[in-house]
Design a protein. Structure first.
Length: 342
């Protein structure tokens, strides 16, 4: 029997392969695998949204520079972001932990202090979970439940040609924050007497350690009477997420390089690292901003919004995403985070 390596398929290829034979048996299952959250009918005027994510030590975080309290906060925020990406409101979470014996009670309390702070910030209740032992490292699994009216849910598949492509906040900072932490870790391992050089980098470091889910934008769009035609959160890089929107909506996109929002500190640190800031924005990931499309008729509702930037538009060129700049057009590739890549 031939052997297929996980890296040959990648995360999403593996998911497609494992789920291609699955079918629904319950009529209340509205939408399953393939978006930021599953959608379930619950007998009320709103649908239930469900999403699960794991953070694994050595893969998603490094405790040599990530404080446990920040990690707890981030574990909740990145899951709440999935509900926001469906245009929903988070309500409840469960958290499961796998812990090795190197963690003390006080360490776990610090982790839960961050979890509690995030629950308060996003107005969600922690209602359950599980705790077990681990032979090595820490694993955090979070399931978040939210809700949204059926006609207000934004899927990845709803964009139309000429819809305007928008993004919240700014991009690339989290990836650069990670590069700084990794650089300082290498310096420390070579010389433990060296003091970390972190001054003037507070913004990008904070974006890596303690990202914020854009639930505020969801509430504001509701007030404006705006429902994005398609939406996704940016966890794996702008290019990768844009290609998801294109694939699910069976469309293409044009992305304007000079419209991608970059924080001043992102530009400064990228230059100091000899790394193009645009590359960090396109392929870095972990920004947890929202990438979404709106109909042209709705553009006036967000045109002057302080935290929403129009960055391109959708086309009828199936799955072809183009980066347009003064130097010409480039076909975008999904080169962001790949869980099973080499």
């Amino acid at each position: 029997m031939s052997r297929t390596e996980l890296g040959q398929l990648g995360e999403f290829g593996l998911i497609d392969r494992l789920t291609q034979q699955l079918s629904f048996t319950h009529p209340h299952t509205t939408f399953g695998i393939g978006d930021d959250a599953a959608v379930l009918q619950n007998g009320s005027d709103k649908q239930t949204l469900v999403s699960t994510d794991m953070l694994v030590e050595g893969i998603h975080f490094d405790l040599s520079y990530v404080p446990l309290q920040h990690l707890g906060y981030k574990a909740v925020a990145v899951n709440v972001s999935d509900i926001a990406a469906m245009n929903g409101t988070p309500k409840h979470i469960t958290i499961s932990l796998a812990l090795s014996n190197r963690f003390s009670v006080e360490a776990v309390e610090a982790l839960y202090a961050g979890i509690s702070a995030a629950c308060q910030a996003y107005n969600v209740d922690l209602v359950g979970g599980d705790t077990t032992s681990s032979r090595s490292g820490l694993v955090i699994s979070v399931t978040v439940l939210g809700e949204a009216p059926a006609d207000k849910i934004s899927y990845r598949k709803g964009a139309k040609p000429n819809d305007i492509l928008c993004v919240t906040g700014d991009l690339g900072a989290a990836y650069l924050g990670l590069q700084i932490f990794e650089r300082e870790k290498r310096v420390f391992l070579e010389d433990p007497e060296m003091q970390p050089q972190l001054e003037g980098k507070e913004y990008i470091l904070g974006r890596q350690l303690r990202p914020e889910a854009r639930t505020n934008i969801i509430y504001e769009m509701a007030d404006l009477g705006l429902v994005p035609t398609a939406m996704i959160d940016i966890s794996d890089g702008l290019a990768s997420e844009l290609l998801h929107l294109c694939r699910h909506s069976q469309l293409g996109a044009v992305l304007f390089a000079d419209k991608i929002p970059l924080h001043q500190q992102t530009l400064e640190v990228a230059e100091s690292l000899n790394l193009p800031a645009l590359t960090a924005a396109l392929y870095g990931g972990e920004d947890y901003e929202l990438l979404f499309t709106v109909a042209q008729a709705d553009f006036a509702k967000i045109e002057k919004h302080d935290f929403i930037t129009p960055i391109g538009y959708m086309t009828d060129q199936h799955s072809q995403a183009i980066l347009r700049s003064d130097e010409g057009d480039i076909d975008l590739q999904a080169q962001g985070w790949n869980h099973f890549g080499s």
